[in-house]
Design a protein around this ligand. Structure first.
Ligand SMILES: Nc1ncnc2c1ncn2[C@@H]1O[C@H](COP(=O)(O)OP(=O)(O)OP(=O)(O)O)[C@@H](O)[C@H]1O
Length: 288
């Protein structure tokens, strides 16, 4: 199936940071979580996809087309939701909508009204009267009302309470049910992705760590716990990450590695969460 989004060898350098050849792709009908610690390059990648910054190298295709050559046509079909406020504070939601809607050929008043009702948002409210969660819902209602096939969200759940977050995740899940739309969703809150993501793209310090099906990722790692006396330098070298404490050690390892390790029968095994995988990969081997 044709990819909805394909990022190939994306490079962008700032004075103190660079994106180093990022590659990933997303098929229709899926949610991709885009994770990485602060400063990993998530927003920079998203800005490059949205053509908000000039890149140094690489190619981005959206709906199978070059995102620069076909920018106008492509943007008709993208719903972009991000944290920074791009609305006029003094306008009502109805007035703000009137400014945004004409930019889109496929704008549907019926869909907009449906989401405003579902999200419990009154058109009479002023932008400045909205809470963070309400603003996020309003952004999403706008993004969904022009029949976008790719929804790109930069940290949509940050700063939202667990109830609004959970509501938002349910909505996103509902959106992809027609198997035509896809969502790229950057976040630090990996718990949200445990719930709804099909694929995870993980970047760290501008480099791609992996871009893979979530279940495959979880399957390929293992948390192990055991007695520190069993550790040797050679064993530790094969760990992705290690934490030592007074009672023993805890480590993240690749399953294929632990199967061959002398430790294999002497440790306790646990299934890692996405958070474990992210934290151990970024922090590496502490207290070693
Ligand atoms: N316009 C810019 N000029 C110089 N450096 C920049 C610019 N924009 C971003 N950076 C740097 O690029 C790096 C990556 O930033 P980016 O916002 O992409 O990270 P992020 O993964 O989205 O982080 P966070 O989770 O904190 O939002 C940071 O070190 C940041 O300081």
């Amino acid at each position: 199936m044709e990819n909805i989004l394909e990022v190939k060898n994306l490079c962008k350098s700032y004075d103190e940071f660079s994106l180093k050849g990022i590659n990933f792709s997303l098929e229709p009908g899926y949610i991709m979580g885009f994770i990485g610690p602060n400063g990993a390059g998530k927003s920079t990648t998203i800005k490059a996809i949205m053509n908000l910054i000039k890149t140094d190298a690489g190619q981005i295709e959206i709906f199978g087309k070059d995102h620069l050559k076909y920018e106008k046509e492509i943007k008709e079909k993208i719903g972009f939701v991000y944290d920074e406020n791009y609305f006029y504070e003094e306008l009502t939601l109805k007035e703000m909508k009137k400014i945004i809607a004409p930019f889109y050929k496929n704008w549907s008043e019926t869909i907009f009204e449906k989401y405003m009702k579902q999200f419990n948002l009154s058109l009479k409210l002023k932008v400045k009267e909205l809470s963070k969660g309400m603003k996020m819902k309003y952004s999403l209602a706008l993004a969904l009302s022009h029949d976008a096939d790719l929804i790109i969200m930069d940290e949509p759940t940050s700063g939202l309470d667990p109830i609004v977050r959970s509501e938002l995740l349910d909505i996103l899940y509902e959106v992809i049910q027609d198997e035509r739309k896809s969502i790229l969703f950057s976040t630090h809150i990996t718990k949200d992705l445990d719930k709804i993501a099909d694929y995870i793209t993980f970047i760290n310090d501008g480099k791609l760590v992996f871009s893979q099906a979530k279940d495959e990722i979880i399957e390929s790692y293992q948390i192990i716990k055991g007695d520190t006396s069993a550790l040797t330098e050679n064993i530790i070298n094969h760990f992705v990450g290690l934490k030592q404490h007074s009672f023993g050690f805890e480590a993240l390892v690749k399953k294929e590695i632990i199967k061959k390790s002398p430790l294999k029968d002497s440790v306790i095994y646990e299934i890692p969460t996405l958070e474990d995988i992210m934290v151990y990969t970024v922090r590496g081997k502490i207290n070693v």
